[in-house]
Design a protein around this ligand. Structure first.
Ligand code: NAD
Length: 355
């Protein structure tokens, strides 16, 4: 029996509800496989601030560093919005990403056939979309120095070193090798020097991956192409701020923010989390869609633990649930046979997985 140590951060809002369902599914996975999961819970976000005065207590960082992987729900909420920047829930997450050196964010976007109508885009545009946004996570304008807020002017600085570009580009080319062998690098090289270095460096890295086709696109065009013809993309490689914006845009192709998982990797331990936030507007009502978090647990099995078969089981169980028409409220207008609660969806997926 293989025993894996999973650091669990439930966070705020719907975080605890959706993470509990992912754990239920992981426990079901262990019934028919030789993996066992040992969970240890840690605090981060608003709840951590309330209890310890710090949105990222040191114990959480240490616990995550000593785990095989981190499963995370979401953080944040209005209650903490007026705190100073370093006390806000989001700063806890930014600091954890830095502490774990998580420089690569994988956001796969897949369209489920049963939910074609859930997207605001026409079904013929999105049918069969299967793309991956690879966002650089620890550099760029969000972290660049100097930065300053004055009363009459303010500035931030967009910085990338060559090494930072090389490591994320390699990650994208390696991901493309396992997919459809295409990388589209997105930048703003017609205006920004930092993007010119980005483009030159990605070109250099590409020479090491002759089986992968590289193309470049300016970010404004990429934003347009994503809604015009998303099927043209396989792996989209981009920096921190462009990736932040494009990955949210890409997520809407699939119809609900409650469906999409993500993985942040690069350091010793990876962080697996849904792409959405803590959804305070629906917290505690039992209606949150747990699929994004359950699919994040599947990414964790695949990426961190190399448990491909177990991950396949979860992915198939999600497909089956949607095929059979079980839906949480957010997607209940699209082919629902039965509208289910958060826990019911978790239990049905767990049941399929354990068979
Ligand atoms: P959000 O993603 O929490 O919610 C946006 C909308 O999507 C809401 O109407 C919400 O009800 C809905 N939604 C989100 N997840 C859902 C799910 N699983 N099932 C059904 N519906 C779902 O974004 P927001 O409202 O802008 O932010 C709320 C809080 O979350 C803020 O404090 C924000 O800072 C924080 N946030 C945290 C993360 C994170 O933890 N990684 C990411 C984004 C936002």
């Amino acid at each position: 029996m293989k025993k894996y140590k999973i650091a669990v951060i439930k966070g705020d809002g719907i975080g605890p509800e959706i993470v509990d369902e992912a754990i239920k599914v992981l426990d079901a996975v262990s019934v028919n496989t030789d993996c066992e999961f040992v969970y240890k819970e840690y605090l981060m976000g608003g709840i951590a601030y309330d209890i310890t005065g710090d949105p990222l207590p040191e114990e959480t960082v240490e616990g995550c560093k000593n785990a095989d992987a981190v499963l995370f729900g979401a953080i944040g909420g209005e209650k903490w919005d007026n705190l100073p920047r370093d006390k806000r829930p989001e700063s806890g997450l930014l600091r954890l990403r830095k502490a774990l050196a998580l420089y690569a964010n994988f956001r796969p976007v897949k369209v489920y056939d049963e939910l074609l109508d859930a997207s605001t885009l026409k079904s013929e545009v999105i049918e069969g979309v299967d793309l991956l946004v690879m966002r650089e996570l620890t550099g760029g304008i969000y972290f660049g120095q100097p930065r300053e807020k004055g009363n009459e002017s303010a500035f931030n600085t967009m910085v990338y070193t060559k090494d930072e570009i090389i490591r994320i580009a390699k990650m994208a080319f390696e991901a493309a090798q396992k997919r459809r062998q295409k990388v589209c690098s997105v930048d703003k090289a017609n205006v920004l020097e930092v993007s010119q270095l980005w483009r030159e460096t990605v070109e250099e890295v590409a020479t090491g991956y002759p089986d992968v086709t590289l193309s470049h696109m300016y970010v404004d065009n990429a934003a347009m192409q994503l809604v015009r013809d998303p099927k043209q993309f396989d792996v989209i490689l981009t920096g921190n701020i462009f990736g932040d914006i494009l990955s949210d845009e890409a997520s809407m192709i699939s119809g609900s923010i409650g469906l999409l998982p993500s993985a942040s990797v690069g350091g010793v331990v990876g962080l697996y989390e849904p792409i959405h936030g803590s959804a305070p507007d629906i917290a505690g009502q039992g209606i949150a869609n747990p699929i994004a978090t359950i699919a994040s647990a599947s990414m964790m099995l695949r990426f961190a633990l190399a448990e491909e078969k177990a991950a396949d089981k979860i992915d198939k169980a999600i497909d089956q649930l949607l095929k059979e028409g079980y839906r949480t409220k957010d997607i209940s207008s699209y082919g629902a046979n039965e509208v289910c609660s958060t826990t019911e969806v978790g239990s049905i997926i767990a049941d399929y997985v354990s068979k």
